[in-house]
Design a protein around this ligand. Sequence first.
Ligand code: SAH
Length: 351
Amino acid sequence: MENKRDIRTLTLEELQDIFIALGEKPFRGKQLYEWLWKKGLRSFDEMTNLGKDLRNYLDTHFVINHISVDDMQRSTDGTIKNAVKLHDGKVVESVLIPTDKRITACISSQVGCSLDCTFCATARLKRMRNLNPDEIFDQVVTIKQQAEQFYGRPLTNIVFMGMGEPLLNYNNVLKAIEKITSPDGLGMSPKRITVSTVGLEKMIRKLADDGVTFRLAVSLHAAIDETRDQLMSVNLKNPLNELLASLQYWYAKTKSRVTFEYVVWRGINDDERHIDALVAFCKKVPSKVNIIEYNPIDDGPYQQADPAIVEWYREKLEAAGIKAMVRRSRGKDIDAACGQLANKNEVALTT
Ligand code: SAH
């Protein structure tokens, strides 16, 4: 049992090789691949176009490791939060966010997080491990099914804004996106996928070099180094001028506008100096800004700024020709909003 190999770690070519070795036609590999990645099946027995003997062979030598939804909570605003159990018992969270026009899946890329942004609940959990491509993929499949089951609508967008820093799990995130976008997989448009990062400049350059076609978002929160240093210690090693240079490089290569995520906190960045710094920063690289509401976490010292200041930010950005949206949080009553994912119901992980 224990040494059966997880079939979803194999490439299409490797799947074809299994069948060739058995004296079967290579197209069987493609059939198997599609059951795994297009239909998201979790047992060989359901793969009806493969004969019984082949299915038995696969079952004897391989497993399909998969996630399971341990707990599902529904918010009064329709948001659904899943506590997702991985095959080794660890838990991550992923969220379905419905709006009039879209259904968005917010998914996790790591168990916990190694960064220590002072305002984020996920940062309280230490990073335990990276998610595998199939664990990332399965979160999308789960939410796709829930979208159909609970809303009768298709999943339209995916954001890597759950737990973890996607660019610190670079290869697995890209492999998962490959499966999500490929016509042999879920066939979703990369334009509807957004990867959000704290702003690791080397990895942003790598994304650009690798020619990715999904969208990029950066959690900025301050365009003044001394403020950002305090909020996000990652800024000490990735200061704003380097971040900016990497984003200019990204834009030059991809022609894709970056989205900045920005929270306005009372007494931290709620003044004209910070507004002007953000406007100046945004003018240097094609970008837009999502001003997100602060979601209080248990004992944090931070408070949401006065709405008038948020409006002041929006007006000044718009006046400079920079698109800015103020985003209200969703799923706050079930701790499903940005920065609130902390496996609150999972005692084993937090103690
Ligand atoms: N590590 C990546 C992916 C996580 S995205 C990144 O930081 O971009 C989660 C988003 O929620 C980030 O923009 C983060 O800055 C923001 N966030 C974290 N804590 C928050 C809180 N308490 N209230 C509102 N937004 C928060």
